[in-house]
Design a protein around this ligand. Structure first.
Ligand code: GLC
Length: 545
């Protein structure tokens, strides 16, 4: 099989936050049966794979990212049988299932940690990172928790500290211990044997820490309004050279099966990020690329970032793009509803696997959550900094019935007030809606090999525009022109070859059918896909505004 034909290269991934997708049993929390009920919708949309945020037993201190049993299903989401049905139903539709794997830490309620904590002599003591206090009783080093405060928790009973990069209810496993490595690979194997198609590995770059536990240096750019964690640069607590050996073990396991995918959640600058592909493709298939999620929405910066990323990906490495996830503000809330339409073009026409966060396809916004309803520990631990992730995790808006068709009772998080006019049912039939736009873009991408595997050729960028070409021998070439501002923008083709073609998809459908001339203008907040005429695409011309 050609590399290109792998499903995770050309297919689109859709992230479901299970608590908020669809509640089938009237408890206000989404569940697996609810997801099964909505699979026809995802098939209609053209999605190839579903990534589920954690569905395992958990005390829910971090909403499932604190796992107390890696091989079971939390009763609020259903039973193992429901997961198996979901897998069958997806496979029946030629769709795939990617599970979230959280190997960096367990819940403090996991039997491994309970055992480890029971005594200094416990056979599982070294499964976690236990250290003596400094002579003055303080923590072993200055490392900070991502969720605020020190990353070390004192255990009175056994008179040692344990390390937790996130909540104290999420103790970090000691990945230097081979038994831990074996245990987690065994968990992966368990799910692979059930037929799941891959994993999204939580905080992959955190997995292993400096052996000497050296202090992290101060961050010279820290500002008081930032999260406390950013006071230090996590150079010793994350992204250690040994991590690649561990990722390599995971990859090797997946290689024993057919067409499984390993995705890594990694927030690092491009040059560090691409090391997670591993030497000779021995690492993650898709180290998540969060640039569109972290960079300012600025045409020039984004154009440069795309080029840098394209240039940094190793041979045989495959790119990927993400606009939103359950940890960051939604794209519509970051850049506005009009630009979110342009962002959809970017996500779905760049080279590389796109991941869509549930609800972005109907243009969902972050929902303001009153302080007495905040549930996210990140928001609760650092009040006043607007860091709660709840706003981006609100119930999916299905229709204009009560609670937006998500549930029959008051949901765990409030629904967007505007759900009566912004929901799947209404947008399905509206030719100008975000959903229609997403569906058309997805359809085009799924039908055009050029958009799936064609080259990315940068053509032009300035303060407003990003213009690039996608080309694949033997298939039509496409020119994509995006205006990242609300003001009209112009460019004039110069040079020997003038590109000619027809607009086949646009944020403003009235533009579709127009032909590309020497000079084209792109309206404010407009994005265009132009199919180029065959014999006019010999060389990339010099373009000037
Ligand atoms: C990842 C998850 C996030 C979670 C954290 C700790 O960043 O995406 O939701 O809180 O890991 O597990």
């Amino acid at each position: 099989m050609y590399q290109e034909q792998l499903w995770w290269r050309h297919g689109i991934i859709y992230q479901i936050y299970p608590r908020s997708f669809k509640d089938s049993n009237g408890d206000g929390i989404g569940d697996l049966k609810g997801i099964i009920q909505q699979l026809d919708y995802l098939e209609w949309l053209g999605i190839r794979a579903v990534w589920l945020s954690p569905i395992y037993p958990s005390p829910m201190a971090d909403f499932g990212y604190d796992i107390s049993d890696y091989k079971q299903i939390h009763p609020i989401f259903g039973e193992m049988h429901d997961l198996e049905s979901l897998l069958d139903e997806l496979h029946r539709r030629n769709m795939k299932l990617i599970l979230d794997l959280v190997p960096n830490h367990t819940s403090s309620q996991h039997p491994w940690f309970i055992e480890s904590k029971s005594s200094k002599d416990s056979p599982k003591r070294s499964w976690y990172i236990w250290e003596d206090a400094k002579p003055d009783g303080s923590a072993p080093n200055n490392w900070l928790s991502v969720f605020g405060g020190s990353a070390w928790e004192w255990d009175e009973d056994t008179q040692q500290y344990y390390y937790h990069a996130f909540l104290k209810e999420q103790p970090d496993l000691n990945w230097r211990n081979e038994d831990v490595q074996k245990a987690m690979l065994e968990v992966m194997q368990f799910w692979l044997e059930k037929g799941v198609d891959g994993f999204r590995v939580d905080v992959m770059w955190h997995l292993i820490k400096d052996k000497q536990l050296r202090d992290n240096p101060l961050n010279p750019d820290f500002q008081e309004r930032d999260a406390n964690y950013n006071r230090l640069l996590p150079v010793y607590s994350t992204d250690q050279p040994e991590v690649h050996e561990l990722v390599g073990q995971m990859r090797a396991l997946l290689e024993q099966y057919q067409e499984k995918v390993l995705i890594g959640e990694i927030y690092l600058p491009i040059q560090r990020l691409v090391t997670y592909y591993g030497i000779n493709s021995s690492g993650a298939h898709l180290p998540f690329n969060f640039q569109l999620l972290t960079l300012p929405w600025d045409a020039q910066q984004i154009a440069v970032a795309i080029d840098e990323y394209e240039g940094a990906i190793p041979e045989n490495g495959w790119p990927n793009w993400v606009l939103s996830n359950h940890d960051k503000p939604r794209i519509a809330s970051r850049i506005g509803g009009q630009q979110a339409r342009v962002a959809a073009f970017l996500l779905l026409t760049l080279r590389g696997t796109p991941t869509i966060y549930y609800g972005d396809e109907i243009g969902m916004y972050d929902v303001p959550i009153p302080s007495d309803e905040v549930q996210d520990p990140q928001g609760l631990n650092m009040p006043g900094k607007n860091l709660s992730r709840d706003p981006a995790r609100t119930p999916m808006q299905w229709n204009n019935g009560e609670f937006a068709g998500f549930s029959t009772v008051k949901p765990w998080l409030r629904v967007d007030k505007r759900f009566k006019r912004e929901n799947v049912e209404i947008q399905k039939d509206n030719p100008y809606s975000m959903l229609t736009l997403y569906r058309k873009l997805i359809k085009l991408r799924n039908e055009e090999p050029t958009l799936q595997y064609g080259n990315y050729v940068p053509i032009f960028s300035d303060q407003q525009l990003i213009i690039y070409k996608r080309a694949l021998e033997g298939y039509p070439t496409f020119l994509i022109a995006l205006n990242l501002t609300p003001r009209p923008a112009y460019f004039k083709q110069q040079g020997k070859t003038v590109l000619k073609g027809e607009v086949i998809l646009a944020t403003t459908p009235e533009t579709e059918g127009l032909s590309l001339e020497e000079e084209i203008y792109v309206g404010g907040d407009e994005a265009l896909v132009i199919r180029l005429e065959k014999n006019k695409t010999v060389s990339a011309p010099v373009l000037n505004t």
